[in-house]
Design a protein around this ligand. Sequence first.
Ligand code: NDP
Length: 333
Amino acid sequence: MTLFPADNRYDSMIYNRCGQSGLKLPAISLGLWHSFGHTDRYENARDLLRCAFNLGVTHFDLANNYGPPYGSAEETFGNILKKDFKSYRDELIISSKAGYDMWPGPYGNWGSKKYLVASLDQSLKRMGIDYVDIFYHHRPDSETPLEETMGTLDLIVRQGKALYVGLSNYNSDQTREAVKILQSLGTPCLIHQPVYNMFDRWIEDELLDTLNEAGIGCIVFSPLAQGLLTEKYLERIPEDSRAVKDGRFLKPEDITREKRTKISLLSEIACRREQTLAQMALAWIFRLKGITSVLVGASKVEQIEENINTLERLKFTQDELTEIENILRQEDS
Ligand code: NDP
């Protein structure tokens, strides 16, 4: 059995400053969206967390509704925290979020003060902790005044229930407005959490510039497009993959012939670089200025090990970047 926690856990991870804040985050963080619900195997969840921590991952990302059922990922995390990480709370950055559907009725969704305060209280209880390190508003709410939502993030920090606050899924204009309000309240926005990967590049248009100008960190979610940017779907859809186990978000019909062609061509470049496609897809994200961390998910310990090994080869030649660009820009027929 591997020793836990490993004495050398801080030897090879890269820690990046989060925007212009005092906080550093690991270049690779672990998200608990999948694999940590009550429907998942507890022992596997525990192994994933132990493996990640042993390899220098200090940041674990949750949300009120991760599971299934909703809330169960926080419960699983709380149980493991109590067992394995009790004396290491100060070595961890734990985040949670609220903004999506959580409980029935008008107060269990979106961005009101009523919802956010109650939701964070529930999250803290489920995880058995006094505070989260980062609390996010999970998505913009066009009906609640932004002043109310941002005012609540400020309140939560002043109450000591979160150390920092962040935004997720806000576009560039919404981010600018929210950041201004937070600034005026004296609680700066620490970080933004958008989706970004080879198949979804929307942050390149404007958001990343906005974040860099404002000195805000950026942690990108679904960097492997939920597992598409690996070799696993090249030939068939494996039984133990997300597309089969939980077809809600990555649907088998999303794995098109065009996607498979691109994945296969990308995989050839990765092979020449002596990397797996997953590793190349993660490394490629760091070519952008202002990326603090990539937030991966995992169903197996080996995936975490493979993904963290990415850090051994982050650099690309100009020719490789051009070749990748040409593949990604090929029109789907
Ligand atoms: P990824 O794109 O990293 O996909 C992770 C999945 O890909 C794994 O569960 C596994 O699926 C597969 N995988 C990972 N590594 C490998 C590998 N090396 N080889 C083969 N397969 C691999 O990220 P997620 O979509 O899971 O998102 C990551 C985190 O981002 C979430 O946990 C959550 O914290 C956050 N998130 C935030 C959102 C937001 O709105 N703010 C929305 C979505 C996610 P399998 O083995 O089961 O096929």
